[in-house]
Design a protein around this ligand. Sequence first.
Ligand code: ADP
Ligand code: ASP
Ligand code: MG
Length: 411
Amino acid sequence: MPVLVMKFGGTSVATLDRIRRAAKKVGVEVAKGYDVIVIVSAMSGKTNELVGWVNETSKFYDAREYDAVVSSGENVTAGLMALTLQEMDVPARSWQGWQVPLKTNSAHSQARIEEIPTDNINAKFAEGMKVAVVAGFQGVSPEGRITTLGRGGSDTTAVAFAAAFGAERCDIYTDVDGVYTTDPRVSNKARKLDKIAFEEMLELASLGAKVLQTRSVELAMRFGVRLRVVSSFEEQSDDAGTLVCAEEDIMENRPVSGIAFSREEAKMTLISVADRPGIAAAIFGPLAEGGINVDMIIQNIAEEGRTDMTFSCPVDQVARAEKALNDAKARGEINFHDLVADTDVAKVSAVGIGMRSQSGVAARMFKTLSDEGINIKVIATSEIKISVLIDRKYMELAVQALHDAFELDKV
Ligand code: ADP
Ligand code: ASP
Ligand code: MG
């Protein structure tokens, strides 16, 4: 039997009614002759609540226990989805990550998938089970501990299953009907894209467009998974939504395809560190060991042998970053006068493979922001993206102005 992977995100399983609605969509595919692997998220808001409880209990928590707690939301939906399907006379059962077993490394709270053996689920398909409902976002480490794959990780579970089972398609059902030129919640001029290149989706995702988890796009690209984003609230045909595909399959040739943003950024500055060989390693080594996701970095011009070093990281990692740097200072590895955290910043990025061949994109972006009176604090570029760090209060304005400037509302 051909296999189909269908993933339902938090809002798509937020109530029993919505689970029923999702189950009906699964039933339609079963009736077409597919063996279906359904990946479910926790009910909307549940994971945030669980994360909140962990933070309230322990500031520098044991990540193994964080995973034990936050993975639990998906277990509930997996069971409820299997029950709902059974009520519809569709043979189904639920699987928690460890039962598959979905094997990961030991990087708790952001574990990477290492292997998905197919035997257990395939044996059940052979016995007549039609739907395997798998709890997304979770796996098991070599030590036998429960792991999670990072926020939004059910997307990655879905793509990894599609690759492991050679699924015909991996459909990501969510609360929007595809990938847009920017988050439709921030700009009402956002336009739905029929197709988007893997590379662009990868950048958009890693720069904050949470419609797909970055790692899921990476896996789809590597294993050639046919990945589609579709609405769980609308009826649709097999070619609805947005297909994430190879660059060659896209006709459009505009410099910018989308605007991404990340609200939860922080800018940290180490004031007056010694400007000597090895200083960057001495600063960023401990940050890496502390699990801080450093993104942009600037080292200022040195004066009298001292310099300031600025970097950005997710705002919820500021306390950990401060601890890592203060500990390194206490060990005598670095010396700085002060450590200043600006937690009111956001990152806005323009992404497009067309940038490779068209010049002037950065200039247009900076001019647009300047016309709006928005000050740029940090800039970072790559071949297909330009990112700026700005005051958070201007984030929506910046996104809308850039969307207009690059005429993304026009087909
Ligand atoms: P799910 O719970 O189904 O996993 P998410 O909330 O993780 O859903 O992702 C869907 C959300 O992503 C949308 O509601 C939308 O607000 C947001 N989003 C951000 N950028 C984009 C974009 N470029 N296109 C579509 N949605 C986007
Ligand atoms: N429930 C998890 C989260 O909210 C995983 C997911 O939904 O993809 O991050
Ligand atoms: Mg998601």
